[in-house]
Design a protein around this ligand. Structure first.
Ligand SMILES: Nc1ncnc2c1ncn2[C@@H]1O[C@H](COP(=O)(O)OP(=O)(O)OP(=O)(O)O)[C@@H](O)[C@H]1O
Length: 263
């Protein structure tokens, strides 16, 4: 089936230059440069207060920069758009707390998330096209909830609720998906499935994941960006990051302590 837009072959999906975010005189982001290619699965890590959430907030339009440029698909200046316009442009954001309708079924939640004119749920169901039904089936399968499509969302486990919410974003077919700690509070097996889901999503879409769980990052990250004090400290594979002295200093424990552990 035709699902999300095909990945572009070249060009940055996101390019941020010299970004600054000022909260009443406190610079949560200061001189941040960041770029992302279409199709990447990028993990964003860093100590508390590094500015990770603020960066996602800028990308989805919740927070406006005080300086710098934030470009989407080269030509779109995200700072000039409101949050709802950015969602329509193709950037989907999932926050930590699920915002599903607990009294509706999994299927109904997905139906309500599809881009279509608002109306009564019953009429949405009646008006669903074959293409939409096939899209729902595709994403139900992807989030592993095919067998629970008629179950009330409120009866799902914590992990399943998170996947449903990811499915509700996916069904809108964003080009870029922003996820804040998607595996937080999950069981080991749910965490594993979430990592696999992220890889499946990145076959077609671009994903940025803010994550604190370093085991999860080690297991599923391809490229990692480390933030510190509102800027990018370093970027690379998990191996690069673990061998970086600056990261060892500020994030993973001081180099001396780490070396001592290995002797
Ligand atoms: N609305 C706000 N007003 C004032 N300061 C803020 C605001 N939002 C965030 N900050 C501050 O900006 C800094 C960066 O916060 P941010 O939440 O982006 O960090 P983070 O890397 O996501 O941290 P954590 O991992 O703890 O969630 C912190 O010092 C925070 O207290």
């Amino acid at each position: 089936m035709e699902t999300s837009p095909k990945k572009q072959l070249s060009g940055d999906l996101i390019r941020i230059e010299q970004l600054e975010v000022d909260f009443d005189g406190f610079k949560a982001i200061r001189g941040l440069d960041f770029s992302l290619q279409p199709g990447e699965l990028r993990f964003l890590i860093g100590p508390n207060g590094a500015g990770k959430t603020t960066l996602l907030d800028v990308l989805c339009g919740k927070v406006k920069p005080s300086k710098g440029s934030v470009r989407f698909k080269t030509s779109i200046d995200l700072a000039r758009h409101q949050e709802h316009q950015i969602a329509q442009l193709g950037i989907g954001r999932k926050f930590q707390a699920p915002s599903i309708f607990v009294t509706l079924s999994v299927l109904e939640n997905l139906l309500l998330s599809m881009r279509q004119k608002r109306g009564l749920l019953s009429s949405l169901i009646a008006k669903t096209t074959a293409e939409q039904r096939s899209r729902i089936k595709y994403y139900l399968h992807m989030i592993g909830l095919e067998h629970k499509s008629q179950d009330k969302a409120g009866s799902l486990s914590h992990g399943e609720k998170q996947w449903l919410e990811i499915g509700m974003l996916l069904i809108q077919e964003p080009e870029l998906l922003l996820l804040d700690e998607p595996a937080a509070g999950m069981t080991d097996s749910e965490t594993e499935k979430t990592g696999e889901l992220l890889h499946k999503i990145s076959d077609r879409q671009t994903v940025i994941v803010v994550e604190h769980d370093m085991d999860f990052v080690r297991q599923f990250a391809k490229t990692v960006t480390v933030m510190h004090e509102g800027a990018v400290l370093c970027e690379g594979t998990m191996d690069d990051i673990q061998n970086d002295d600056k990261v060892a200093e500020v994030y993973l424990g001081r180099r001396g302590e780490r070396d001592a552990e290995h002797t």
